[in-house]
Write a protein that binds this ligand. Sequence first.
Ligand code: ADP
Length: 336
Amino acid sequence: GGPSAGGGGPPPGGGDEDGEEMRAQMESFISETSTTWADIGGLDDVQHDLKRAVALGSVANKPEAVSATERILLFGPPGTGKTLLASAVAGSLDATFFKVELGNLLSKWYGESSKQISALFETAAELSPSVVFLDEVDSLAQSRDGDMNETSRRVLDTLLSELDGVEKGSDDFVLTLAATNTPWHLDNAIKSRFPKRIHVPLPDVDAATEIVRIHTVHGGVDFDGHPSAFLDDPQRARDADTPERAIARRCVDDGYTGRDMEALSSAAVNNMIARRNPDLAHLVDDSVKRLRSHALDVGAILPQDVTHAFATTSPSLPEEDVARFYDWNDEYGSHT
Ligand code: ADP
């Protein structure tokens, strides 16, 4: 910008209140993130692809023919880490992280949604480097009979032209990540703007082992017991050389998502705390103030804590849905 007086009075011509309101709304899309790659279990290939996109986008000196991937679509079951990945990209870049739920934007800002989309990309370029995360990008879909309400159509058109225009400012780095749990509902025009489409699947046993660790051991709570004691069925013991791996094996067999595993892990931790601190609730009657300095009895998670956790949690996704993502990936996904 040019020289401007400190304090910044309103520019002539009015419309400033509008601008300020819009800015405030934009700021509500900006989310603080301290997520790092280490918070993500598994998904090594996806992480690698995203890191490469970030690296290529960050290098200033490159021939014109070398273009950075500035738009990536993440698709997969809910709770598999798509938002987590976007946060890690933003966190690792120290970028401004815009997190937008399109379904929410459409319903909340109804007539204003289209203006919001333009303002969003403008602000993202201003505050570069930026990561724009468009969640629920499927909510901007045209139905089969070509019928779409006026607002959605306008928002879709605006979004498409913003996506086409993102590359113009060569000094700005704006990485647009879109996510969907229902890729088969995507509008074709949107799909074509995201040639790179990455499947974020349910965790395999290695990934699941890491996810369990992230939500227990890395948070300062260990396991104690023979690995086989953490299994309901000794047949599953095959490669389970640690309690975490035994739990992971069981989660994968049952089709747990990352989010389901986080719930399971925190249930196991809570069961351990409840077991070792049976009088915790009574202390509240006593004096809440004194609780601040109360020495919580923290020990290791035992097999019984995990058994109980499995009894109170369950996989959130029907098996036939999982297959659908693989089919869509075969047809439309990027395979690197
Ligand atoms: P999505 O955006 O795919 O619906 P999220 O990224 O919001 O899912 O994941 C929800 C939560 O589940 C995360 O905050 C995290 O605690 C946990 N989670 C999911 N996938 C993973 C993973 N791969 N590693 C570690 N935690 C995970």
